[in-house]
Design a protein around this ligand. Structure first.
Ligand SMILES: Nc1ncnc2c1ncn2[C@@H]1O[C@H](COP(=O)(O)OP(=O)(O)OP(=O)(O)O)[C@@H](O)[C@H]1O
Ligand SMILES: [Mg+2]
Length: 214
């Protein structure tokens, strides 16, 4: 995993990018020398880290980026591991974060309207493909109703039809109160309760990421 760059990206707001980023960051920061880049205007992961410092929990190493050149330099000179939380909008910085990534994670929930959001994201990926041939995003189902057993047929069909741009994580993150609370608590779900269902899902996600990036 050394030298790997993971970017959580979707121009659609409120899909869970920051929630997933901060949960993953705490986990990866246990084993790797992780750098975190916060491109979200809301600065969720930066605020989360302030809470961690107040609570004397192991802080994340957040790198502050002022402009495109700085971001490109940090990504180019990476020999550790970088996790980027991008903002829910399209921007040059977010696009650089997608191009520079070894793994792009795009959270999506179970809702037909999500396909329209993905279609807009695909347009961004299509434009980036003209610069970088290897552009693909791994879709992560997030915030899924725990009772929903129905296969996410339409979404899966869409991903299958667009497999040049998208693939799907086996891991599914369901709607869990621990995920919703992690930001304000300054803890990831495993720090809150290592035996919870949310923790199991997060561990599965880390495992799957490792197998993709190995
Ligand atoms: N798996 C989940 N279970 C419960 N709540 C969740 C889950 N994922 C996200 N949420 C909640 O959904 C809301 C939006 O999440 P978040 O801020 O992470 O989205 P985002 O994609 O980073 O948004 P933005 O694009 O505005 O940066 C938050 O209130 C968060 O707590
Ligand atoms: Mg966010």
């Amino acid at each position: 995993m050394n030298g790997k760059i993971i970017t959580i990206a979707h121009q659609k707001g409120g899909v869970g990018k920051s929630t997933i980023a901060l949960n993953l960051a705490v986990e990866l920061n246990k084993k790797y020398n992780l750098k975190v880049i916060d491109l979200d205007y809301q600065k969720s992961i930066t605020i989360f880290n302030e809470t961690r410092k107040e609570k004397k929990l192991k802080p994340l190493n957040i790198i502050h980026i002022e402009n495109q050149k700085e971001l490109i330099d940090v990504l180019k000179n990476n020999n550790e591991m970088i996790l980027i939380d991008s903002g829910g909008f399209d921007s040059d910085l977010n696009r650089i974060a997608i191009i520079g990534a070894d793994l792009v994670i795009t959270p999506v929930s179970n809702n037909l309207i999500e396909i329209y959001g993905l279609e807009a994201f695909k347009k961004i990926l299509q434009e980036l493909k003209e610069i970088e041939a290897e552009i693909k995003s791994h879709i992560l189902l997030n915030n899924i109703d725990p009772k929903a057993t129905k296969a996410l047929k339409e979404l899966k069909k869409y991903i299958q039809k667009n497999k040049e741009y998208f693939s799907l994580f086996d891991t599914v993150l369901r709607r869990r109160s621990d995920f919703a609370k992690s930001f304000e608590k300054g803890k990831n779900v495993i720090e809150m309760d290592k035996k919870s269902k949310a923790s199991k899902e997060l561990k599965n996600l880390v495992k799957e990421i490792k197998s993709i990036l190995k």
